[in-house]
Ligand binder design. Structure first.
Ligand SMILES: Nc1ncnc2c1ncn2[C@@H]1O[C@H](COP(=O)(O)OP(=O)(O)OP(=O)(O)O)[C@@H](O)[C@H]1O
Ligand SMILES: [Mg+2]
Length: 294
């Protein structure tokens, strides 16, 4: 069962949008999919909450927050159903306390600190740090078997949230918006992934590909950055499906995702669903190639 995250160190490049749109298409294709919103901004949660409202005509009820569920070592009661095959582990206001919770839960051994030996101290701190970032992965593992696919949405920061997601994931898609800072952010993220991979024996993931997200009306810059990305990451790494600027995606933030037969729907929605079906097919094909899907 693949667990996938979309990454880039820069904010606002489309991590959440592409995570949710991909999860949506996977669900439509019959894969039971769980979106974990590991971002205290809760953007994925809002988008899926609105999608639920749009499709069901009522508000989504969240009985237990992910933060409370994590403290109780059982995330299952926090998971909500959005539509057929699509589930969400939602983020909420209190999730910003997750780093404090981990710090209190996994304290370094006082005696080792007081021993004053810097080698002991360093190894103790590294051990404690790994326990902290492994915690989410451990909780996720308890429900993992119930899903065909898990997608984790992460914040644009190097933080315990992102580290926890990297620890829990086995596949990564790098999002590359065609602007220099996004290319820099993609490269930094790539280097960070390698560092995490080297530092922790339990971290093991594969990069599925690089997803290009084009800027509006900037063909010259778009093609230059794509060229640089092909050199940096390799030709085969880029997905054939490129995500262009689509105003309709912005509208979904406000309204939720439209669905034919269920909500107001027009050709822009058709086009959007078509593009994301194509991308999802490519992701599935690459995962099958890697033996991660039947
Ligand atoms: N292809 C696109 N066309 C038009 N607008 C888009 C596209 N992709 C994303 N957006 C819009 O850009 C904004 C930022 O996207 P998104 O929230 O997905 O980025 P992010 O990388 O998750 O941001 P953050 O780093 O803050 O988590 C949103 O308003 C979203 O609707
Ligand atoms: Mg986001």
């Amino acid at each position: 069962m693949p667990t996938v995250l979309y990454g880039n160190m820069k904010g606002g490049v489309g991590k959440t949008t592409n995570s949710v749109m991909t999860a949506y298409q996977l669900a439509r294709k019959g894969y039971k999919t769980l979106v974990c919103d590991l971002d205290p901004q809760a953007n994925a949660t809002q988008l899926l909450r609105r999608t639920y409202g749009l499709q069901h005509g009522t508000d989504l009820k969240i009985e237990k927050t992910m933060m409370v569920a994590l403290t109780e070592e059982n995330i299952e009661p926090a998971i909500v159903n959005i539509m057929d095959n699509l589930y969400l582990l939602p983020s909420s206001e209190d999730f910003k306390n997750y780093p404090d919770f981990l710090e209190m839960k996994f304290m370094p051994d006082k005696e080792k600190i007081l021993a004053g030996n810097s080698t002991t101290l360093q190894s103790e701190m590294a051990k404690v740090k790994e326990k902290r970032i492994a915690y989410f992965s451990k909780q996720l593992a308890k429900v993992h078997d119930q899903y065909d696919f898990i997608i984790i949405d992460v914040p644009p920061t190097l933080s315990i949230f992102t580290d926890s997601a990297i620890y829990a994931t086995n596949f990564v898609i790098i999002v590359l918006q065609t602007q220099q800072r996004s290319l820099d952010g993609a490269e930094t993220f790539f280097e960070y992934l390698q560092e995490m991979y080297n530092n922790y024996a339990n971290i093991d993931f594969d990069i599925i590909g690089v997803l290009a997200v084009l800027l509006k009306n900037n063909a010259g810059l778009d093609s230059q950055i794509l060229k640089d990305a092909r050199v940096d990451f390799g030709d085969d790494m880029l997905f054939n499906q490129i995500i262009r600027h689509m105003e309709r995606l912005k509208r979904y933030d406000r309204t939720g995702i439209a669905e034919k037969g269920l909500t107001k729907y027009d050709m822009h929605d058709t086009r959007l669903h078509y593009i994301y079906t194509k991308l999802t097919d490519e992701i599935i094909a690459r995962l099958k190639d890697k033996g991660a899907l039947n």
